[in-house]
Design a protein around this ligand. Structure first.
Ligand code: BMA
Length: 329
């Protein structure tokens, strides 16, 4: 490997397929996509923007399930190979002593981050029916302990860093509105205790082309010698509505609110039928990546057309080289 990876472990059973012959893309799709169909459990209308991590000798995850009543809920699941999933029929019932957090209204777009000794779940949490960032932790993906919301509404795409920065927990998020927000930049915040968040900093604003309307952090950033590798989604407003693509940036290791490289081009945009056709057409929305520290291979989980879940692959070296030769900064 050309570039070093920090804080990640060896994942010898990482889902993987080599880049297809003749393919010139930096990120390529799993050939049997989608890996999770919309009807994988009885109650599901759709299963998409979801988080997966390496867990024990297999994988665990938290899945966005929009149910047949069309409420947005979070379900836990397990997998031996990261491709075939057993998803709980029942939604996660959070445990909490905080009276204000006891009512579950809706939850969507989960991210899971392992920090120190446990897995933290962040998601877009309905509070007073308005979106903000919920936080919970778990050891086993069976019992989840909910903490305070990180921010006031309206906020989405809360993604924790996998280690403390300057002695504090750190999170990316995207302040927004109560609708299909027509704007949005990525911000950085710190907290000494996972309760009180401050030191808010702008990281990146919406720019041009595929990322001209709004942007939002995707999977948990991966620490490398060249900076924090962040996959993020970007939205273009076409005459037929929003188009969600994704690409990558590298953020400074000590001051992650400072981008070092930022892709001019997208890595994946909706082009396959399962990405272009569904409940919301033209959406590719990554919420998780698993990296194998030994090879630098990365498996990215992404929601497709707000309907099903896909998988795609790359390596840290490939993405970093792409960023260095393709940066708008
Ligand atoms: C965003 C989020 C995502 C969704 C996307 C496209 O605002 O709600 O969950 O995938 O819109 O509908």
């Amino acid at each position: 490997m050309k570039y070093q990876i920090f804080g990640e472990k060896k994942v010898s059973n990482l889902p993987w397929q080599d880049r297809p012959e003749g393919c010139m893309d930096v990120v390529w799709r799993y050939k049997n996509n989608p890996i999770i169909n919309r009807d994988i459990i009885a109650c599901s209308n759709s299963v998409f923007n979801s988080a997966a991590v390496s867990f024990g000798d297999g994988f665990a995850g938290v899945f966005r399930v929009d149910n047949k009543a069309r409420n947005m809920e979070l379900h836990a699941g397990f997998s031996k190979d990261g491709i075939h999933w057993d998803i709980d029929e029942n939604r996660i019932e959070f445990e909490t002593d905080i009276e204000e957090m006891k009512e579950f209204i809706y939850g969507y777009d989960p991210r899971v981050t392992f920090i120190e000794d446990r897995y933290y779940l962040t998601w877009c949490n309905g509070y007073n029916s308005q979106p903000t960032i919920g936080i919970a932790w778990t050891y086993d993906f069976r019992t989840f302990h909910q903490l305070e919301n990180a921010f006031l509404p309206f906020n989405r795409n809360g993604v924790l860093f996998p280690r403390k920065i300057n002695g504090n927990f750190a999170m990316l998020s995207r302040p927004s509105d109560n609708g299909h927000t027509p704007f949005g930049d990525i911000f950085y915040s710190e907290s000494p205790d996972m309760t009180f968040w401050g030191k808010h900093r702008l990281v990146m604003e919406a720019e041009k082309g595929w990322q001209s309307t709004k942007i939002g952090a995707g999977p948990v950033p991966i620490e490398t010698s060249e900076g924090w590798l962040l996959f993020y989604h970007g939205v273009l407003t076409s005459c037929n509505g929003f188009v969600y693509s994704f690409s990558a940036a590298l953020l400074d290791r000590d001051e992650p609110w400072k981008p070092v490289y930022r892709a001019k081009d997208y890595l994946i945009s909706p082009q396959m039928q399962y990405e272009c056709v569904g409940d919301v057409p033209n959406v590719t929305f990554p919420c998780a990546s698993i990296v194998d520290a030994e090879t630098g291979r990365i498996a990215i989980y992404y929601g497709c057309a707000d309907t099903c879940t896909g998988l795609c692959f790359t390596t840290t070296d490939d993405v970093i080289d792409f960023l260095k030769s393709n940066s708008s900064l």
